[in-house]
Design a protein around this ligand. Structure first.
Ligand SMILES: NC(=O)c1ccc[n+]([C@@H]2O[C@H](COP(=O)([O-])OP(=O)(O)OC[C@H]3O[C@@H](n4cnc5c(N)ncnc54)[C@H](OP(=O)(O)O)[C@@H]3O)[C@@H](O)[C@H]2O)c1
Length: 245
């Protein structure tokens, strides 16, 4: 699919991987709409890339999400690509029951909200001659890092869901892509994210986005960047290496 002249929604597009994708897709002549919870972060992103269109939206809040869906239908009826990128990562010590705080929120942001958003945007996507849904999973969808167990489970769920979604939407001509990043240098999960990992090499968001868009142009169903390609092949066999076991 041609990566120019599309209208693209990127959830969580104000920072990290989402912003790098937004910037590069905008530079390629696409109309790019970014959403997120923080208005300040959206405005900062727009100050850097003035062509970006912004929308405050908490995808895990039904009212906020449905309001964005209806706004998109009216203001951007030509929307034909959705990138489900918004995500959060919480460290959890499973020996401590208290560490299940905000469990539902992590599951909602990483899995159930994007699943609902896809369903809610489907009528709009169906009207386009070419449409694509991109779900951002993770190398950790294939082999979990034990310190972020719920995060990894939501990413594994997103991997599985994307396989079924692709199978079902093929009949109506909507392309469904899974995009699995390796470790990328963003604010995800806060300061100590890498501390307990045996894998220390991080890509920049810009390098990730450039490689991911190159793979996307070659019509692959799965965009697997860096370590994510090995993780996809090896799966749980990588568990020991990732967790230093
Ligand atoms: N960085 C990595 O190493 C890595 C590796 C594999 C996969 N990934 C995946 O890549 C995606 C992007 O993460 P990132 O690394 O770029 O982290 P990031 O910089 O923290 O970006 C996450 C974005 O999601 C937005 N967001 C969070 N909750 C939201 C909600 N309820 N509604 C709307 N937007 C929300 C955040 O904005 P607000 O807080 O303003 O809402 C933020 O802009 C995530 O799905 C992540 O799991 C990242």
């Amino acid at each position: 699919m041609n990566l120019t002249a599309n209208t693209i929604l990127i959830t969580g597009g104000a920072s990290g991987i989402g912003f790098a994708l937004a910037q590069q897709l905008s530079n390629r002549g696409n109309s790019v709409i970014i959403c997120g919870r923080s208005e300040a972060a959206l405005l900062k992103a727009q100050a850097e890339v003035p062509a970006l269109i912004t929308r405050v939206c908490d995808i895990a809040d039904t009212t906020s999400r449905l309001s964005m869906v209806s706004w998109l239908d009216t203001a951007y009826p030509e929307l034909n690509i959705v990138i489900n990128n918004a995500g959060v990562q919480v460290r959890r010590d499973l020996r401590d029951c208290g560490s299940l705080e905000n469990l539902e929120q992590e599951v909602a942001i990483n899995f159930t909200a994007p699943v609902r958003l896809i369903g809610e945007l489907l009528p709009q996507l169906k009207r386009q001659s070419q449409a694509m849904i991109i779900n951002v999973s993770s190398a950790l969808a294939f082999a979990p890092r034990a310190g972020v167990p719920v995060y990894c489970a939501t990413k594994a769920a997103m991997h599985s869901y994307t396989l079924s979604l692709r199978h079902q939407l093929k009949a109506i001509g909507i392309r469904v892509v899974e995009m699995a990043p390796p470790i990328v240098d963003t604010g995800l999960g806060g300061e100590n994210r890498i501390a307990n990992s045996s894998v220390q090499t991080m890509m920049t968001s810009e390098d990730f986005a450039a490689e991911a868009l190159a793979q996307l142009e070659s019509d692959q169903d799965e965009v697997l960047v860096g370590l994510a390609a090995g993780a996809r092949k090896m799966g749980e066999a990588l568990f020991g290496r990732i967790n230093g076991a």
